[in-house]
Design a protein around this ligand. Structure first.
Ligand code: DAH
Length: 349
């Protein structure tokens, strides 16, 4: 086809475009791999040397002109786009700021703050880990091998994608993987808590697919079960604001601790209200134990030198107990009426 005609056609087509997308489409039909101008250049190979010279120069000139036309139109379209944004999007700086006087602090946020502050006064720092974990951190390093019933016990959400090294990924079922991350990155003495979101495929009035836990880890050369019990009793007294708190530790099993225990606090119901700390009934509130030497070795810590304790507690559960709330789902359904009734004033936060 004649260069002049091509130039006329492309000029017209460019003129008709009104967006970058449309322009790009036209560009491909002329300058793309199978575009009209590219085909013209390809057809040069069948011509004689002299013809190649003159035709070649002509087509190259055409290509340069066409490229310039596309650049110019693209710039115009950008300017138009910016002008229309300036016209349509504006910020009303006279708009009054939101009124925070009615705002409430969510009970879970309050618990987070209290837990961090109580353990903070005991010298614990905060450690964090990702919500999407590898199978290694969530299970294997914690001495939960494949085929172990604990993997099913925890109703794991598996993720289709694998990490860069091909390892299976899960939504973390507990905050315990943060123990592993910390021990692999820090030398003892270690004293951390790891509050955060956790996930299990479970939903009823006391279980939510997304919930919160706090993990605790203390490692040095002589930590013992007495230190563990003292720490947890002190925490519960402060958190539940009960000085004379009746608790008990029951033997239990967790693959990552040995020995393992569960801590219960006493309660009774008086006038339809839950009283924490006394009475004949028991509520389970956390799991704990001495860190299994296998886990220490998995984290390259010498288990003949170091020992420590760990614990894991459900933050939603202790919030429900402290404030007499009965349905965990109400924490997460975003109901502002509920929040205005059960939330806390910012000043009390
Ligand atoms: N990860 C356990 C769970 O989610 C709780 C737990 C138990 C954590 C004992 C610990 C522990 O650190 O020592 O059921």
């Amino acid at each position: 086809m004649d260069s002049k005609i091509v130039l006329q056609n492309v000029t017209k087509e460019i003129e008709l475009t009104s967006s970058q997308d449309e322009l790009q489409k036209v560009k491909v039909t002329y300058l793309g791999k199978k575009g009209k101008i590219t085909e013209l250049l390809k057809s040069l190979k069948d011509l004689s040397i002299d013809e190649k010279k003159s035709k070649g120069a002509e087509i190259n000139l055409l290509r340069e002109k066409v490229q310039l036309l596309f650049e110019k139109k693209s710039k115009n379209l950008k300017t138009l786009e910016i002008n229309s944004k300036l016209k349509n999007e504006f910020l009303d700086i006279t708009f009054p700021p939101p009124d925070f006087s009615d705002a409430k602090v969510h009970p879970i946020s309050k618990t987070f703050n209290e837990v961090v502050s109580i353990f903070g006064t005991m010298g614990y720092t905060i450690a964090e880990g990702p919500d999407i974990e590898t199978d290694f951190f969530n299970f294997s390093a914690l001495n939960i091998p494949e085929d172990h019933p604990a993997r099913e016990m925890q109703d794991t959400f598996y993720i289709d994608n694998k990490d860069d090294d091909g390892n299976p990924l899960v939504l973390r079922t507990h905050t315990s993987p943060v123990q592993i991350r910390t021990m692999l990155n820090q030398k003892p003495p270690i004293k951390i808590i790891a509050p955060g979101r956790t996930y299990r495929c479970d939903s009823d009035s006391t279980h939510s697919p997304m919930f919160h836990q706090v993990e605790g880890l203390f490692i040095n050369e002589n930590a013992n079960m007495g230190n563990l019990k003292g720490t947890l009793i002190e925490f519960c007294k402060e958190f539940f604001e009960v000085e004379d708190l009746k608790v008990r530790f029951r033997p239990s099993y967790f693959p990552f601790t040995e020995p393992s225990a569960e801590m219960d606090i006493a309660y009774e119901v008086i006038d339809n209200k839950l009283q924490i700390g006394k009475g004949k009934k028991w509520l389970e509130i956390l799991g704990c134990g001495m860190v299994n030497p296998i886990v220490l070795e998995n984290c390259k810590l010498d288990s003949s030198k170091y020992q420590g304790f760990a614990f894991g507690m459900g933050l939603d559960r202790i919030t429900m107990l402290k404030h007499g709330l009965t349905d965990i789902r109400s924490f997460f359904n975003g109901n502002l009426n509920w929040l205005s009734k059960h939330g806390f004033n910012i000043g009390d936060f």
